[in-house]
Design a protein around this ligand. Structure first.
Ligand SMILES: C[S@@+](CC[C@H](N)C(=O)[O-])C[C@H]1O[C@@H](n2cnc3c(N)ncnc32)[C@H](O)[C@@H]1O
Length: 164
């Protein structure tokens, strides 16, 4: 598969999973967390899809154009190893959806970071809330949910934490 084809499929998977998440958390109150602002593509889709919820973003060094960034109070700048534990402590059970798209493009390091954060994020997630993203996460007691139709296994991961 060409890199172009792979990129298109990754973006389709991201869009379809975010759209599915909107249905999955319809009855779960809470905010949305986005890990990884990047070019703000997924953030922009999240804020459009979850226009009735607050969307908070975590990123090391935001570089997206200003009009696609969240306001200062909704953007946590810094290494997620530092910013996330701090916000988890303040947000127990308040996150309905966490979309994980953090990485620097070096797969072994990115997987290690995902494993590290897996141990930290669970307390922030509301009962019945969803965690999803490009990497497999190890979330104790979480149920792995099926992907939307047409999305290949392993392209995305969707988990539901402790049912409401
Ligand atoms: C693939 S990009 C995110 C793409 C974005 N979701 C989009 O749709 O445009 C990954 C992002 O993770 C961020 N990142 C990488 N390592 C990080 C870390 N340790 N802490 C916080 N952010 C990090 C990078 O700055 C980058 O913006």
């Amino acid at each position: 598969m060409s890199r172009l084809e792979s990129f298109i499929r990754r973006m389709q998977a991201q869009r379809d999973c975010i759209n599915l998440a909107a249905e999955l958390v319809r009855d779960v109150p809470g905010v949305v967390w986005e890990f990884g602002l990047g070019n703000a593509r997924s953030y922009d889709h999240l804020r459009e899809t979850f226009s009735d919820r607050d969307v908070y973003v975590f990123d090391l060094e935001p570089y997206a154009p200003m009009e696609f960034r969240p306001s200062e109070e909704r953007l946590f700048v810094g290494d997620v190893r530092e910013t996330v534990p701090r916000e988890v402590a303040r947000s127990h059970g308040k996150v309905a959806l966490l979309h994980y798209d953090v990485g620097l493009g070096h797969r072994p390091d990115d997987l290690r970071l995902a494993a590290e954060l897996s141990d930290v994020i669970a307390p922030a997630i509301a009962p019945g809330g969803i965690v999803m993203g490009v990497y497999e996460l190890t979330l104790e007691g979480a149920e792995t949910l099926p992907l939307p139709d047409g999305i290949a296994q392993g392209r995305y991961y969707i988990y539901r934490l402790g049912q409401a």
